[in-house]
Design a protein. Sequence first.
Length: 121
Amino acid sequence: MFLKHVKDCEEVIAGDDSILRELLHPEKEDLQIRYSLAHAKVPPGKATKPHRLKASEVYYIIAGNGLMHIDKESFEVGPECAVYIPPGSMQYIENTGDSDLIFLCIVDPAWRKEDEEVFNS
């Protein structure tokens, strides 16, 4: 059995400027998974930097409201909403609410720095 609490994960500023806590990664724990799982936060009025991954990604919104941008599409997101981001898509998310936008990021195969390209907005 493996258990990890978000509060026990180191908080870092990710390359896209989100506030990130990595929960699961197959290269960092002895887990038989191919994906990585992170807890992300974007403060009110802020947005992540446009970026693209070689892997597919899913955002699951836990709290807050935002505007998700994938390639040329934009749409509103909120709690209990899941967003699929195809590999190679240009993406970023804006917090349009007055509280933190909190979401899970599932990357498959697992996130690797060399598989992400971040652009200055």
